[in-house]
Design a protein around this ligand. Structure first.
Ligand code: HPA
Length: 271
């Protein structure tokens, strides 16, 4: 089994990478961003030795390399969820491949359900903080000190200056944006109405089934993180409703252009 460094070396060679510093992980129904990448080349996950494989509909499985202006970008179109049966350590492995590619900044996007009646579907929410309710952690097991400490701090996981910059850019582009706490559950079922009520009381603004393991692994190995949720639905029962995956994909698709434009501009304005 190849280690993360060896996998990164294979990717670097197959895609003739220079030095990308930003990677983007795309959530359900949000692959529209890939169209923003110029001079792009991709590798299917299955063509990368020992890279994990994805399975959900709405999630492809390819690593894309391309440019936004003069910024070299890696994009993961297709993410790894715990509910697919992936071990949390598999998610750490993917993030560490990015680390070995020289990635310093990780932009994560996802579709999420609103836990607040005043945050309607279609809203973009910058993730300010998270609550890990998955009872899983990508850092379980022996710690590899080469990546980070045994007990990493997580209170500044969502880098403040990136959040501020994202807000300023959204404002300039006239894209309404809010900020909130992402509440992660393992899934795959949508929540019960009682859970939705409880998660709101606990401090969550949006609920979803991804992102947190990636952010924990990325923070552990010293990456800066920007997270953006697309609110695709009210969480179950909040407005007497029953969410579906089709609704998630349809709403994500509607918001995808706005999100892609925002992330593109954010990357362009990076130092
Ligand atoms: N719950 C959990 N995950 C989700 C939701 C939801 O309502 N919407 C999109 N992802």
């Amino acid at each position: 089994m190849k280690n993360e460094k060896e996998i990164a070396a294979e990717i670097r060679e197959k895609l003739a990478l220079k030095q990308p510093e930003t990677a983007v992980i795309l959530g359900s129904g949000l692959s529209g961003f890939t169209q923003k990448l110029e001079n792009q080349q991709s590798l299917k996950y299955k063509d990368i030795t020992d890279f994990p494989q994805t399975s959900v509909s709405g999630h492809k499985g390819e690593l894309i390399h391309g440019y936004i202006g003069n910024k070299e970008i890696i994009c993961l179109n297709g993410r790894f969820h715990l509910y697919e049966g992936h071990k949390p350590q598999t998610i750490a492995r993917v993030v560490r491949v990015l680390k070995n590619l020289g990635i310093k900044r990780l932009i994560v996007t996802n579709a999420a359900g609103s836990l607040r009646r005043d945050m309607a579907p279609g809203t973009l929410m910058i993730i300010k903080d998270h609550i890990n309710f998955s009872a899983q952690n990508p850092l379980i097991g022996p710690n590899d000190d080469a990546y980070g400490p045994r007990f990493p701090a997580m209170n500044n996981a969502y880098t403040e200056h990136l959040r501020n910059k994202c807000k300023i850019i959204a404002h300039k582009m006239d894209i309404p944006i809010t900020e909130g706490t992402y509440f992660m559950v393992m899934g795959p079922n949508f929540e019960t109405a009682a859970e939705v009520k409880a998660f709101g009381i606990l401090g969550g603004d949006a609920v979803g089934m991804s992102t947190v393991p990636e952010v924990i692994a990325a923070t552990h190995c010293g990456m800066e993180v920007l997270g953006i949720s697309v609110i695709t639905n009210y969480a179950a029962g909040l407005v007497n409703n029953t969410p579906t995956h089709q609704e998630t994909l349809a709403e994500a698709d509607k918001a995808s252009e706005r999100l892609s434009a925002l992330v593109t501009e954010f990357i362009k304005e990076e130092e």
